[in-house]
Design a protein. Structure first.
Lengths: 262, 325
């Protein structure tokens, strides 16, 4: 079984975010980056399926040079190969442009299964995996919290609202968009980190994928980001000031006498 | 006139899903913004009460696409039906609720119609003949304004709570929309299960102390337990705490967990992503404890403490004990 895993490098959840000078995106200088949370679970899921079925795991990312680090991490925990779409032409893509590039990789690789996260922590479209499936003419499932692969089909547990899950069967090949919590991602061992250095990372340009540069990145996108900003706070919270002991006493006092909830 | 605004509805059982009322509100406002008219489209096997309910939310018309394959939701059948109808009638916009069901097939509809996709819209405004959309980025820590490039239809979803539903007196005409397409499910639905757990019912708790990723690990949970004991509170959590295995699944609050509305909700080390907020924003009094003064949770809280929860929680335990003594 040949499994493709689409991963994205995004600012770490702890990163302090500020709009960039142009105001169109955030300032990416000097902030920590990490593998998108859902994608870590997708990597783990792929590796454990490959361990059971003797398959190959290929991680794919559309992202700048820095995203090489995310691929290395995936290789260090057990992915076999990586594909890096790092060309400038891919930059600034929306879900349409990114899915188009990922679909071209999928066609070239003939994957039996593609795993993605359900949502990226930066743009957070939640649509890239499904659009990819649609472009490939494959079925998909979004928000997957359980996956069992057996000859030619997959049993999928999909999250629904309000603490319910839906059990589904879909044919393979398919795109399965996993949700955080589906498994316990493993840590890289020292040996894994050493081995990762020798694993193949293929860089593919749009021409390598038989795509015109106008089909990918900002040029191939339907959405244009005009500005990012910190959301308005509205009335916001009354922030209590003082040292820790003081604010604690103040809060308890306010909860008793002002809000009357204690 | 610009193409019509279609609002694709969702059923829950045979009723209208509550988020569909909000989607209609967004569609009606969008129609007014672009000088068009909003129609609500119900995809179903049986309309139940959904069509009649939808008719009261302000759309100009409710149109029902009925087919046996639209009973149990599958993306194949729903995409087939909606995109076939839209290919014939060419609406300019298709609005859906940003719900677990709608977002599952929305990208396929966009692909079938070669439409731009704008997920999770929280606001919009007219601009120079077009529309500028506001949507969250970085899990709500920031928001972005985006614009669609090029021609063609736009498929968008609207975030829960962003466009309050407005039920009126008037009732829109309900008609059927004939489906001229073969539609096929692309998955088999084997069943529905409750998420396993010991079934802690947080909905009845008057006080909830909820912890997020900021707690750092299961080893820090004793600070939380001590404060909860002093307050007489139940412990709840955001999703990452559960996903990391620091607490059991049945303590999750949010869109995929429990919905609670206690008189006091203390959120410690929780940033305030929408999927968490939808599960607790009905609480009477919310207190946020977070080391990041710009965390979105402060916007919906009554009181805030900016600081390290590892210091604030024990201090609060002391203060509560003192006050109760
Ligand atoms: C389909 C879907 C469904 C989801 N369902 C749910 C759901 O039901 N419930 C849910 O909660 N989430 C849900 N999520 C996840 C949601 O999007 C957020 O990722 C999640 O709520 C974030 O949890 P958090 O606030 O604990 O973590 P983060 O966003 O990482 O925030 C951690 C916060 O802790 C603060 N912090 C860190 N250290 C400290 C410290 N020492 N002292 C004080 N503060 C500190 C940080 O400043 C930060 O604000 C869902 C996501 C998706 C895509
Ligand atoms: N640039 C990218 N490179 C590789 N995979 C991506 C990229 N962007 C999104 N994805 C995948 O699509 C999922 C959903 O992303 P999004 O649609 O942006 O919320 C992510 O979890 C990734 O698995």
């Amino acid at each position: 079984m040949k499994i493709g895993v689409c991963i994205k490098q995004v600012p770490d959840t702890e990163a302090r975010l500020r709009p960039s000078a142009s105001g169109q995106w955030i300032d990416e200088e000097e902030i920590p980056f990490a593998i998108n949370e859902g994608d870590e679970y997708a990597i783990e899921e792929a590796i454990s399926i490959a361990e059971q079925t003797g398959g190959e795991v290929v991680v794919v990312t559309v992202g700048p040079e820095r995203a090489r680090e995310a691929l290395r991490k995936a290789l260090a925990v057990g992915a076999h190969r990586a594909v890096h779409l790092a060309d400038e032409a891919y930059a600034g893509g929306d879900c349409w442009a990114t899915a188009r590039a990922l679909a071209a990789v999928a066609n070239r690789e003939s994957f039996d299964l593609i795993l993605t996260g359900s949502q990226s922590a930066d743009v957070g479209f939640g649509t890239t995996g499904t659009l990819l499936a649609s472009m490939l003419g494959w079925p998909h499932a979004w928000l997957v919290v359980g996956l069992e692969v057996a000859d030619g089909s997959a049993k999928v547990t999909r999250e629904m609202e309000a603490g319910k899950n839906e059990l589904l069967q879909i044919g393979l090949p398919a795109v399965v968009e996993v949700q955080a919590g589906i498994n316990k991602p493993r840590y890289a061992s020292l040996k894994g980190i050493m081995q990762a250095k020798r694993k193949e990372v293929a860089e593919l340009s749009p021409a390598d994928l038989e795509l015109d540069p106008s089909q990918v990145g900002a040029a191939g996108s339907r959405l244009e980001f005009l500005s990012v900003s910190v959301p308005p706070k509205g009335e916001g919270a009354q922030i209590l000031e003082g040292d820790t002991a003081e604010v604690a006493t103040q809060l308890v006092d306010k909860l008793r006498t002002e809000a009357r909830v204690l | 006139m610009a193409g019509k605004v279609w609002v694709a509805l969702q059923q829950r059982g045979d009723e209208l899903h509550p988020m569909s009322g909000e989607a209609i509100a967004a569609g009606v406002r969008l129609a007014a913004t672009v000088g068009s008219e909003a129609e609500a489209i119900l995809l179903c096997a049986e309309p139940g009460t959904a069509a009649e309910t939808a008719a009261r939310y302000g759309a100009a018309a409710v149109r029902v696409i009925q087919h046996p394959s639209l009973g149990a939701y599958t993306p194949g059948a729903f995409t087939g039906a909606l995109s076939a109808a839209a290919s014939t009638e060419a609406p300019g916009w298709i609005v859906l609720a940003h719900s677990y069901q709608s977002v599952d097939y929305m990208p396929r509809v966009a692909h079938a119609l070669d439409a731009a996709l704008v997920p999770e819209v929280i606001d919009f405004r007219a601009d120079d003949g077009g529309v500028i959309w506001t949507r969250p980025v970085f899990a709500g820590k920031m928001q972005a304004e985006v614009r669609v490039r090029g021609e063609g239809p736009v498929v968008l979803s609207v975030q829960a709570g962003a466009f309050p539903a407005a039920q009126g007196e008037a009732s829109a005409p309900i008609s059927t929309l004939d489906l001229a397409a073969d539609i096929t499910p692309d998955r088999e639905v084997l069943g529905v299960e409750e998420v396993a757990g010991e079934h802690v019912d947080l909905t009845q708790a008057p006080i909830i102390l909820a912890v997020g990723r900021g707690i750092g690990g299961a080893e820090n949970m004793d600070k939380v337990e001590e404060l909860a004991a002093a307050l007489g509170a139940e412990i709840g959590a955001s999703r990452p705490v559960i996903d990391s295995g620091w607490l059991a699944r049945d303590r999750q609050i949010g869109s995929s967990g429990q919905t609670v509305a206690p008189k006091l909700y203390i959120a410690a080390g929780i940033s305030g992503a929408i999927q968490h907020l939808v599960g607790m924003k009905g609480s009477r009094c919310v207190v946020a404890i977070n080391k990041d003064a710009s965390a979105p949770i402060f916007a919906i809280s009554q009181y805030g403490i900016v600081g390290d929860l590892h210091e604030v929680l024990p201090a609060l335990t002391e203060a509560v004990k003192e006050a109760k003594a």
